[in-house]
Design a protein around this ligand. Structure first.
Ligand code: ZN
Length: 434
């Protein structure tokens, strides 16, 4: 952790907890299947009691098939002197994920067809995968490649690609209602901190907080490999999917300049409106993106056969930051105070969904007299006094046809202010729940 970030948050803050989880998960070599995913889920289990599911390789999931399981013990390229010049043990990004095993001496030209670099960022190592076509490869810095002058190299990838399972984690927290809010994050990248680990850390922090709070909704957390994980879950859980009323995919929330929300396919669902209201009043720069059938697992949740109201919460969209899918997406790139701010914003979005209800004005014929109830701002007003106009909006629109989020949108107030006004009006019997 840098001095700046260490100094700006106390050791017990949610941001520091989230950062420590990112640190713990960072060294593990994850892919869409394998021991790295299991180890990741075991570490998450130290924080929240997720259930781990194993789905056998070969299982048909809609148009896809659960792939063979990939595991890796070691990999290297040795030069003519027998030195490991590319070494998986130094960084798991050096091996293309899902590389088939190989042990051979090959000439430099043949090797270079299997080497990947980033010429524009000569000190960074790219992250590459080849899940669905049989191949092998190494990733290295462009600088390192430019120093390779031998004619022949020894190549070893000690991996296995065999029938096994796809592993994912699931955690359900029951609420008053069986209607569900889905929180989904991907767990399939190796040592990449913002893309994948920051989303996991946010999901864990939200789960801990929600488990300790009163809840209207039931929450379902999925810790899944990207694409094939959400397809597998949807294929095996169609009944549960039909109970999802709102959902968020969490990704890349620990670095990046702007809070970013990508709308669900429906574009105007309650989660979309709740996220917009929170971002609009967040006091910091933000972006709202229309839905597109690309990105993270919202692609699957929002496929037309499901069309679930699931948006995606990010700080930096996939592909929009140079560090994306490179070794520069590391522990210095992610910052505890940004993790914490993302946590606060996400909690506010979920609070909006929890409390978005309709009420009925109990004194609908002309305005009730607020002053005699102490609801008008006193001179040098009490701390919990809010703008009286917020009371008037809540009273005026609480006719059974407007929920609190409708009132927040129409009045221009943050949802939290409208909710506080409604709570105070209920205490004075001026509002009743519908
Ligand atoms: Zn990614």
């Amino acid at each position: 952790m840098s001095m700046q970030t260490a100094a700006s948050l106390s050791a017990e803050s949610p941001g520091s907890d989230m950062y420590r989880l990112v640190e713990a998960l960072y060294p593990i070599c994850r892919s869409i299947t394998g021991e790295g995913v299991r180890e990741t889920l075991r570490i998450i289990q130290q924080h929240v009691p997720i259930v781990v599911h194993e789905v056998a390789s070969g299982t048909r999931v809609f148009d896809w098939t659960v792939p063979n399981e990939w595991n890796i013990r070691d990999a290297y390229v040795k030069n003519a002197q027998g030195q490991r010049i590319i070494d998986f043990k130094r960084s798991n990004l050096h091996v293309m994920s899902y590389s088939v095993p190989i042990k051979a001496r090959i000439n430099a030209d043949e090797l270079k067809e299997h080497l990947f670099t980033l010429p524009d960022h000569p000190d960074w190592v790219p992250y590459r995968t080849s899940y669905y076509s049989s191949n092998w490869g190494f990733c290295l810095s462009h600088r390192q490649l430019s120093e390779m002058h031998d004619k022949e190299y020894e190549v070893c990838i000690d991996s296995t690609l065999q029938p096994g399972a796809l592993t994912y984690g699931e955690y359900t927290i029951a609420g008053e209602s069986s209607e569900e809010i889905l929180i989904s994050c991907h767990i399939c990248h190796p040592s990449l901190a913002n893309d994948n680990l920051s989303g996991i850390a946010l999901a864990v922090a939200l789960a801990k907080g929600l488990a300790a709070s009163p809840r209207r909704y039931t929450y379902r957390f999925l810790f899944i490999p990207g694409t094939i994980g959400s397809i597998t879950w949807l294929a095996l859980n169609e009944a549960a999917a039909s109970r999802i009323r709102h959902g968020l995919v969490l990704a890349s929330i620990g670095a990046g300049k702007k809070l970013t929300y990508k709308k669900s396919r429906r574009q105007t669902s309650e989660i979309d409106r709740a996220a917009l209201n929170v971002l609009k009043h967040s006091g910091e720069p933000y972006d709202v993106l229309d839905f597109s059938p690309y990105g993270y697992d919202e692609r699957q949740y929002c496929s037309p056969g499901f069309d679930l109201p699931v948006g995606c919460f990010m700080r930096a969209p996939n592909g929009s930051f140079p560090e994306y899918h490179t070794s520069a997406d590391n522990l210095e790139f992610v910052r505890p105070e940004l993790l914490e701010r993302s946590f606060d914003v996400c909690r506010a979005i979920l609070d909006t969904l929890e409390h978005n209800r309709s009420y009925i004005n109990q004194n609908p014929k002309c305005e009730p007299q607020l002053g005699k109830r102490g609801l008008y701002r006193a001179i040098g007003g009490a701390a919990d006094h809010i703008d009286e106009l917020a009371y008037l909006w809540v009273l005026n629109l609480s006719d059974g046809n407007h929920a609190l989020l409708d009132i927040a949108e129409r009045s221009g107030y943050p949802f939290a202010v409208i909710k506080t006004a409604a709570d105070q009006l209920r205490e004075h019997d001026l509002l009743k729940a519908e």
